[in-house]
Design a protein around this ligand. Structure first.
Ligand SMILES: C[S@@+](CC[C@H](N)C(=O)[O-])C[C@H]1O[C@@H](n2cnc3c(N)ncnc32)[C@H](O)[C@@H]1O
Length: 195
């Protein structure tokens, strides 16, 4: 078993808090979701995004390197009487196939090398919902390693071939006690086929 898988399994085995909520990018923009189609919660963890996608009637898959997280997700899905498919998968080794999903959600996971695969994995007209931590943040929220933190506007650059429909990133402007800080969110649409 890889070190990364062991690390995340330990994390999820230890977790005792309440079931997490879906990422705000999905909660706030769920009205943009199609009525039908195939959806992926990539690096899902406990799969709060996947549960929302399944609840909205999408055929949903949740992929994560941690089987411990996915076991908990399946129990929660059954409790809520929702159908979804989980897959223990290292997405850096096995990224999603081209044109395989109508919706992809990624929250609090950043691997820049994967972004072109995510773009390709969307079907024409498909939607990406992405939310993760920024370098410009207040307090200790989120990872410390800059490798896992976004630069200014970086989500727009990483998915520059998609059409942005929603983007939010407040950096440290104004009164940082208020607003939505520390993260950036993007909803973007794939127009047409890959070149
Ligand atoms: C910070 S958690 C975020 C989980 C969830 N998306 C959320 O927003 O709560 C990062 C997740 O990425 C998963 N992960 C890390 N490396 C991965 C990889 N190479 N392939 C698939 N999942 C991975 C971890 O197991 C963990 O569940």
């Amino acid at each position: 078993m890889s070190e990364r898988r062991q690390h995340w399994n330990r994390h999820y085995q230890a977790e005792t808090a309440n079931y997490p909520l879906p990422a705000l990018v999905l909660q706030q923009n769920q009205h943009l979701l199609p009525k039908h189609g195939e959806a992926l919660d990539l690096a899902s963890g406990l799969g709060a995004n996947a549960l929302l996608l399944a609840e909205r009637g999408l055929q949903t898959q949740a992929w994560d390197i941690s089987d411990a997280a996915l076991v908990k997700l399946l129990i929660e899905a059954e409790r809520r009487r929702l159908k979804l498919v989980t897959q223990q998968r290292d997405v850096t080794v096995a990224p999603p196939a081209s044109a395989s999903f109508d919706v992809i959600v990624v929250s609090h996971f950043l691997n820049r090398g994967l972004c072109s695969y995510i773009t390709k994995a969307l079907k024409p007209g498909g939607l990406l919902f992405y939310q993760t931590f920024c370098r410009l943040k207040r307090g200790n929220d989120g990872p410390k390693n800059p490798q896992f933190l976004l630069n200014d506007n970086e989500l727009l650059d990483l998915f520059s071939t998609l059409l942005p429909r929603v983007y939010r990133e407040e950096a440290l402007l104004g009164d940082t006690e208020h607003g939505w800080r520390n993260r950036a969110m993007l909803v973007a649409e794939k127009i047409g086929e890959d070149k």
